[in-house]
Design a protein around this ligand. Structure first.
Ligand SMILES: [Zn+2]
Length: 92
């Protein structure tokens, strides 16, 4: 009886562990995207970066910003990086 209970605990723990690891791996791009502020939050955190010509980098003050999809170029979750110093700035 105890042996059966122990086996069930091991099986359920293993299933839980596999599901948890799978979830963490699959949600990594979303968590990475969410780790960046939105443009409004970026402007609020760095008021001097909002200019009449657009947005500039908080680190090097460059106005050249490029964007990438989180997983690939077709991904609508975009992260904007400074083209000069390569810092991640905000998401859209
Ligand atoms: Zn920069």
């Amino acid at each position: 009886m105890l042996d059966l209970l122990l086996r069930q605990i091991i099986v359920f723990s293993s299933i839980f562990f596999v599901v948890f690891v799978f979830y963490r791996i699959m949600s990594a791009p979303q968590r990475r995207w969410m780790s960046y502020p939105t443009l409004e939050e970026y402007w609020k955190q760095n008021p001097t970066c909002k200019t009449a010509r657009g947005t500039k980098c908080h680190y090097c003050h460059s106005g050249h910003i490029r964007q990438f999809g989180v997983t690939d170029n077709r991904d609508n979750r975009r992260i904007h990086f400074c083209n000069q110093c390569n810092h991640g700035l905000y998401r859209s």
